[in-house]
Design a protein around this ligand. Structure first.
Ligand SMILES: *Cc1c(COP(=O)(O)O)cnc(C)c1O
Length: 385
């Protein structure tokens, strides 16, 4: 089918909740994608931080194919090895408590919110402005953005958003607070790195008032910043983290991982999902986690992140560069959506816009110096317009 055919179907039969760019992809390998006419693209967005090990990584493909031919689904009424192994590995790799597997980032945050509320009944959830935690009602209620919340009011009660500043955050946390939920690096609002000072202030206030500190690492986790989990680079240890996006190596998997203290809050029947932790997605996630835990890969992410950030800062129309590792954004003095469109259609470089003047780059963690030089050259051409 041609792009025009697909667009005709979309017009007729597909809900209008996405504004797609006019390209239809049919194949991917590593940092490259091909469209339906055979054109090759350089992918510096990774399906929004999902295909972080590159498209169709052979070890992930092998894990999926092997498991799909063996067993695809039995529900959580029974045991399967991939789900148990994935949970053990996630716990060991981070906070040492227990793991709830699910199917997406929003679901991981829903689980975190429910867990925090059960641990401290009736408590509030404190969030910070600029946050994005997902589109389901609990996660949306924790996403203080007027344009996303207003059409769907009323929100779930008991959520409070404050500016991401130490004093404001400390002032908002009291005996009534069940949890503070935040992204150590805010992704959707344009790669805003929250300061270590803010995070340690949140840690101290949570300790003082018996609230849980939960980091949403759905976007910044899984090696994106040059550590397996972004919190490792902050000096602050949260009580729980949520993960998804790159966790499944391209398949939909999410997880809530707690420390020992919160490990046994859920009892049988409290929460669940039919598909959660299915053998195929869990096998894919195990392979992705094993590949991402490689210290050489993580060191390369830090090294290449610095190279990419420095190269971007040299480009025309780039006013600022921010981020950590290979999670970067540029503030522009021209329209970011237009630059992203030109980069895609004229330069065959995939990037994202997170606002009117912000471009976000989330390249695969397996790139090398040549990919960076190529991407910077293409982005430069798109910026010159
Ligand atoms: C993408 C994202 C989510 C939502 O994940 P979905 O899988 O789309 O539900 C939540 N939090 C953060 C930080 C994200 O980047």
């Amino acid at each position: 089918m041609s792009l025009a055919d697909l667009q005709a179907i979309e017009c007729e039969s597909v809900m209008r909740n996405y504004a797609r760019l006019p390209v239809a992809f049919v194949r991917g390998e590593g940092a490259r994608l091909w469209d339906d006419e055979g054109n090759e693209y350089l992918d510096f967005l990774c399906g929004i931080s999902v295909t972080s090990l590159g498209h169709c990584h052979p070890r992930i493909v092998e894990a999926i194919q092997g498991q799909a031919g063996l067993l695809m689904h039995v529900s959580n009424l029974f045991y399967t090895e991939p789900a148990m192994q994935l949970s053990a590995r996630l716990s060991k790799s981070s906070l040492g408590g227990k793991v709830y597997l699910c199917n997406s980032g929003a679901e991981a945050n829903e689980a975190a919110i429910k867990l925090a509320r059960k641990a401290k009944q009736g408590g509030d959830i404190v969030t910070v402005l600029g946050a994005f935690h997902g589109r389901t009602y609990g996660a949306l209620s924790a996403t203080p953005q007027e344009s996303k919340q207003a059409p769907f009011a009323p929100m779930v009660p008991g959520f409070r958003a404050v500016p991401p500043e130490p004093d404001a955050l400390a002032g908002a946390i009291d005996e009534q607070t069940a949890a503070v939920l935040l992204e150590p690096i805010q992704g959707e609002s344009g790669v805003n790195v929250l300061s270590d000072e803010l995070l340690s202030c949140a840690r101290a206030a949570c300790d003082k008032h018996g609230a849980a500190l939960i980091f949403d690492e759905v976007q910044c986790g899984m090696g994106r910043t040059g550590a397996l989990w972004a919190y490792e680079q902050t000096g602050v240890r949260p009580d729980a983290i949520t993960a998804a996006k790159a966790l499944g190596g391209g398949l939909p998997v999410g997880a809530l991982i707690t420390n020992r203290k919160l490990a046994d809050v859920f009892a049988p029947g409290d929460h669940g999902s039919t598909f959660a932790g299915g053998p195929v997605v869990a096998a894919a996630a195990l392979a992705a986690l094993e590949l991402t835990e490689d210290p050489f890969l993580l060191a390369r992410v830090r090294e290449l992140g610095a190279l990419l950030a420095n190269s971007l800062a040299e480009l025309p129309h780039v006013l600022t560069v921010r981020g950590r590792g290979l999670m970067l954004a540029c503030g522009l003095d021209v329209s970011a959506p237009e630059v992203v469109r030109r980069a895609l259609l004229e330069q065959r470089l995939i990037a994202g816009a997170t606002g009117p003047t912000t471009i976000r780059l989330l390249p695969p963690l397996i790139i090398d110096e040549m990919h960076i030089a190529d991407a910077v050259q293409r982005l430069g051409a798109a910026l010159d317009g």
